[in-house]
Design a protein around this ligand. Structure first.
Ligand SMILES: *Cc1c(COP(=O)(O)O)cnc(C)c1O
Length: 382
């Protein structure tokens, strides 16, 4: 069977050029960057070259780049690290997040509330899940806020937040602003010289890099470490560096940014064709999130009267790999918190389907998918 992968928001295949760049760092240049001998210094040199490169690609300084083991780790370090540091420094006790955060941010914030005594407030959004700037203003005025975290582009519904405006509002109040840019990184502008973003996390495996490596950009914001040990990454993240992973992340980021204009131009019309055709040809089908203000590779739909999980299984049997809600929730029949936050009733929220495109997606793939989707929905409704 010819299988078609339409789940690029869950993860992406490693780019062969990235694999080639990484390859010498497993076997030949294998030293520990913390060692003072030749082997260590060789690894240290490449590590610092990568740091400088990543910084220059995103408008940051080399010392702003903290390499992590995942997007989740960057989110945890940013949200908890900044919250603890701000409470120590000035007694700030409140965490503000959007109601549509990835679990890495949402559960970090919940832990701060449940186990560490912080107050947690979710910001109001519009119907598409974009945070309302006026609510951020209001909450900052009424609370002692330690950290604000708002996702750049949502993994489940594709909605893009105006992080430039939100970041500027936080900067006025001198409150650290974090954004989870894991989905945004390959498709949306990141320039920390222009944007007032204090903390930004991303992961290589969402843009054709290796799994298990990410970065947190930090512009001087004090953080309390959650991994104690050696002195790596300004003592914020102990653990021997994943040198091949970091080389892969750097190469993948470089390629993703080079390809960004073409990929945005190529994928947006494919995305729109899926949305328009599905909503026109299938009754009880609607788009979740914003129609315009969304990731160029991202489709999220709700179908009446069916379970999104059943639809995913049926599509998979026909060779189409999609997801329902979030990849992290496979096998969990509870409705997605993100879809619920948009105001859909629980019953309706169960019928969600996410289709995400990527560099190997062709117009023919989309045609074949659109041919089968109405068939699958009809079968399930019977
Ligand atoms: C995938 C994802 C993460 C988690 O990244 P990992 O590297 O898999 O830990 C965090 N946030 C968003 C928005 C994601 O899509």
């Amino acid at each position: 069977m010819d299988r078609i992968y339409l789940d690029y928001a869950a993860t992406t295949p490693l780019d062969p050029q990235v694999l080639e760049a990484m390859s010498p760092y497993f076997t030949q240049i294998f030293g520990n960057p913390s060692s003072n001998h030749y082997f260590g210094q060789q690894a240290e040199a490449v590590l610092e070259t990568c740091r400088t490169k990543v910084a220059s690609l995103l408008g940051a300084q080399a010392e702003d780049v903290l390499f992590t083991a995942s997007g989740s780790e960057g989110d945890n370090l940013a949200v908890k690290g900044a919250a603890f540091a701000q409470r120590n420094a000035r007694g700030a006790d409140t965490v503000l997040i959007s109601p549509v955060e990835h679990p890495a941010v949402a559960n970090s914030a919940k832990q701060l509330r449940n186990e560490f005594g912080f107050k947690l407030i979710e910001l109001k959004t519009d119907k598409a899940g974009a945070v309302l700037a006026e609510d951020l203003h209001a909450q900052l005025a009424q609370n002692q806020v330690a950290v604000v975290s708002v996702i750049y582009a949502n993994n489940e519904i594709g909605t893009i937040n105006d992080v430039e405006t939100l970041g500027a509002i936080c900067a006025e109040q001198q409150v650290p602003f974090h954004t989870d840019a894991v989905q945004a990184c390959a498709y949306l502008p990141i320039d920390l010289q222009q944007q007032k973003i204090d903390l930004l996390s991303f992961a290589a495996h969402k843009f054709y890099g290796p799994k298990g490596v990410g970065a947190l950009l930090r512009r001087g914001t004090p953080l309390i470490s959650h991994t104690s040990g050696g002195k790596q990454e300004h003592k914020l993240r102990a653990g021997t560096h994943n040198v091949p992973g970091i080389v892969g992340l750097t190469k993948a980021l470089e390629l993703a940014l080079q390809r960004q204009p073409q990929e945005v131009a190529r994928l947006s019309p494919l995305r729109d064709r899926i949305i328009q055709t599905a909503c026109a040809e299938i009754s009880g089908c609607q788009l979740t999130g914003s129609a315009q203000n969304r990731l160029p590779n991202h489709v999220s739909l709700l179908f009446d009267e069916i379970s999104g999980n059943d639809l995913v299984i049926m599509l998979d049997m026909a060779g189409f790999a999609c997801s329902s809600g979030s990849a992290c929730k496979v096998g969990d029949p509870k409705p997605s918190k993100v879809i619920l936050a948009l105001g859909y009733p629980a019953e309706e929220s169960l019928g969600s389907l996410r289709v995400t495109l990527g560099k190997d997606t062709t117009a023919d793939d989309v045609d074949r998918f659109l041919e089968y989707l109405p068939v699958a929905v009809k079968k399930l409704r019977k």
